[in-house]
Design a protein around this ligand. Structure first.
Ligand SMILES: O=C(O)CCC(=O)C(=O)O
Ligand SMILES: [Fe+2]
Length: 310
């Protein structure tokens, strides 16, 4: 190649002396999806009182003010060791790092159910949501889920509309290298992602793709390719930095169904992170979960018949 060819190569131009490479068909640029394109504010009349715009804050308890401001309740030392002990021992006995592999293992492990339905914790949730809460999901793995930034309520049926909360119960001291739970305070006031808006940006192929074996279409997974950058941009624009829940045994974090949170990537892969995570909906907002039971304290849980898988 002559000197001109070299210069043009550096400049990214073709010289007439060298034939142009075959033209590559132009791929249309994927649309840049913004958070606002795929989310909406739920109707004010359909959401819990504390999420509405017309709230008289002078009448709220400190707990309710914290929820309204941050979308979490940070409850250090909330559960005494004698209350966490029975489940902790049962979970240690189970040995598997990933815990139990169904959404409702509490149906088979009474120690888990007792902890997830600890009456003072249920009372805190009622204080902020405004109705009795019903347990319907427990995550029992002892490592970070490594799930990216998301809102939980987005994957619920649309009628749940933030009548939803989850808790992170620490069962040991959480090492900063283990991939702690992280959240963006105040992000519960953002609009709520909506499945039908998100699906508009998926390809026909993604919408019809089925997982081998189960036949389930995991559209929510495929949507991460544009949702993750959309949420990252929204976080930057919002300006409030993430908070890590660096908890000790007995500490509890309750979070709002619309709060942006994630299981961060562990600095030490696979490092143990002892917790029980439980999810709840308002008892009057789950017509899709009609079978229920009450425990000895009158706390409600949804009944499922999924066999236990470890
Ligand atoms: O791994 C984590 O701490 C995140 C869990 C989570 O996103 C959830 O339970 O909704
Ligand atoms: Fe989550």
């Amino acid at each position: 190649m002559g000197i001109l060819g070299t210069i043009n190569k550096i400049l990214g131009r073709q010289t007439s002396a060298e034939p142009a490479p075959p033209a590559v068909p132009a791929v249309p640029a994927a649309p840049v999806v913004r958070f606002a394109d795929v989310a909406e504010y739920p109707d004010e009349n359909l959401i819990p009182y504390l999420d509405r715009s017309d709230v008289d804050e002078t009448k709220l308890t400190p707990t309710q003010l914290e929820w309204r401001r941050d979308g979490v309740l940070n409850l250090p030392g909330f559960i005494p060791d004698e209350v966490t002990e029975p489940y902790l021992q049962r979970r240690i006995e189970h040995k598997k790092k990933h815990g139990w592999l169904i959404a409702s293992p509490y149906m088979y492990v009474p120690e888990m159910r007792d902890l997830a339905l600890y009456p003072p914790m249920m009372a805190k949730m009622k204080e902020v949501i405004g109705e009795d809460m019903m347990l319907h999901l427990c995550l029992t793995g002892w490592m970070s889920s490594q799930r990216g930034w998301h809102q939980d309520d987005y994957l619920n049926p649309p009628f749940v509309n933030s009548w939803y909360a989850a808790v992170w119960i620490a069962l040991g001291d959480i090492d900063p290298d283990s991939g702690p739970f992280e959240y963006i305070p105040g992000s519960h006031r953002w609009p709520l992602l909506r499945g039908e808006k998100v699906r508009q940006f998926l390809t026909e192929e993604e919408l019809s793709r089925r997982a081998p074996g189960t036949g389930i279409n995991h559209w929510e997974k495929y949507a991460e390719r544009f949702l993750n950058p959309a949420i990252d941009t929204q976080i930057k624009d919002f300006g409030r930095p993430p908070v890590s829940f660096l908890a000790k045994r007995g500490d509890v974090l309750v979070w709002h169904g619309r709060l942006i949170h994630r299981g961060s990537n562990p600095k030490v892969p696979g490092m143990e992170r002892r917790s029980l995570i439980a999810h709840y909906s308002g008892v009057n907002h789950r017509p899709d979960m009609p079978e229920r039971a009450q425990d000895q304290n009158g706390e409600t849980y949804a009944v499922f018949h999924t066999p236990l898988v470890d």
